[in-house]
Write a protein that binds this ligand. Structure first.
Ligand code: DGP
Length: 116
């Protein structure tokens, strides 16, 4: 799979509004926000293109770090108490556009269910 735009954001080759970063995880505001808070949380490694690449052996720790980051960012954004939604699109039917694993963190408004 060829390199994605997110790899360039990780290397700071293209700008992004970064809200969180540590050795393993980067989070930045989505360029096309669907809610008042819409942040993408991504692993810095590029080997996981979508959820079906994930294995317990290789990625358990990393997944914990991604969700820990999501919780911390939700607090930073002050949406932890009101609630928020985490979304991972996997493959074409889900509308995945960028093939680098990412969690959408959406909040700041009332969400509908079922999603479209
Ligand atoms: P998905 O459809 O789940 O693959 O979501 C990809 C998201 O990535 C989409 O909501 C728009 C966002 N996105 C695409 N390119 C860029 C970019 O260059 N910068 C930022 N900040 N977000 C981007």
């Amino acid at each position: 799979m060829s390199e994605t735009i997110f790899a360039k954001i990780i290397r700071k080759e293209i700008p992004a509004s970064i809200v969180f970063e540590n050795d393993d995880v980067l989070a930045f505001r989505d360029i096309n926000p669907q809610a008042p808070t819409h942040i993408l949380i991504i692993p810095k490694i590029t080997e996981i293109t979508k959820t079906t690449d994930i294995s317990k052996e290789n990625h358990s720790l990393l997944l914990g770090k991604l969700f820990e980051a999501a919780n911390q960012i939700a607090k930073q954004e002050k949406i932890d108490e009101g609630g928020f939604r985490l979304v991972i699109n996997c493959g074409p039917d889900a509308g995945q556009e960028v093939y680098h694993l990412h969690i959408h963190l959406l909040g700041g408004r009332k969400m509908n269910w079922p999603p479209g």
